[in-house]
Design a protein around this ligand. Structure first.
Ligand code: SAM
Length: 216
């Protein structure tokens, strides 16, 4: 099931990392993880030769593997420490999950598309990435494993789901793109000791929609 990781792939990854640095990614731990992970394993073989371009690609079921810059941007905002308990919403191809695991996260990741859930579960296992993968609606979070140090949403939401705020620890960080179907603004939300939240808005992105009970 796994493709070879060639010298050409490794060289292409080095170039991708340089490109991400030029685009403003400065967290060396994020760049190291991207350098180590064979992104071509997460992409359909038709796109094999483009795996290290800074581009999103279709992964089936009308979904996409996010652009490496977007993965790096969101991951950098999480300020990951080894052992952080993280919830990812939108497992998709599993690439973002691999980045988080490589960085030492204790990961729970939830996906609503059954086919993707099964395919990605097999792939991550074959690559020896350990995570609790859940099939379900992540717009409600996943209370059973919470509360979380960090939550990352990798699909565009119409608003910040209340459940996600509830499942975040005090001092925790939630990264979520919020907007309409065409464009979303990245939000960093920090839960303070008094239970209030600080909401910082950043640049704009374009994600597939977050579909569910507390979403579209
Ligand atoms: N993190 C993914 C990756 O590295 O490939 C990105 C995948 S894609 C941009 C977003 C994913 O979110 C899709 O796989 C989609 O099916 C999933 N999704 C959308 N709404 C969801 C929901 N309510 N709960 C869980 N997953 C959801």
């Amino acid at each position: 099931m796994l493709e070879q990781d060639t010298y050409k792939d490794k060289g292409a990854r080095r170039q991708l990392v340089n490109e991400l640095r030029e685009k403003g990614i400065i967290d060396e731990k994020v760049l190291d993880a991207i350098h180590r992970i064979p992104r071509h394993q997460f992409i359909h073989k038709d796109f094999r030769s483009h795996a290290y371009l800074d581009k999103a690609f279709p992964i089936g079921e009308g979904q996409t593997i996010s652009q490496p810059y977007t993965v790096a941007f969101q991951t950098q905002l999480l300020h990951i420490e080894k052992g952080d308990k993280i919830l990812e919403i939108g497992t998709g191809s599993g690439y973002q999950a691999a980045v988080l695991i490589e960085m030492g996260a204790e990961l729970t990741s939830i996906e609503r598309q059954e086919k993707l859930y099964h395919k990605t579960s097999k792939l991550l296992k074959a690559m020896q990435y350990e995570a609790a993968l859940i099939l379900g609606d992540g717009s409600k979070g996943y209370e059973a494993s919470g509360p979380y140090d960090k939550i990352i949403v990798t699909a565009g939401a119409p608003r910040v789901p209340e459940s996600l705020l509830q499942q975040l620890k005090v001092g925790g960080i939630l990264i979520i793109p919020v907007g309409d179907s065409k464009v979303q603004t990245m939000h960093t939300i920090i839960k303070k000791t008094d239970g209030s939240v600080e909401n910082i808005t950043l640049s704009q992105f374009r994600f597939v929609p977050l579909i569910g009970n507390q979403a579209w």
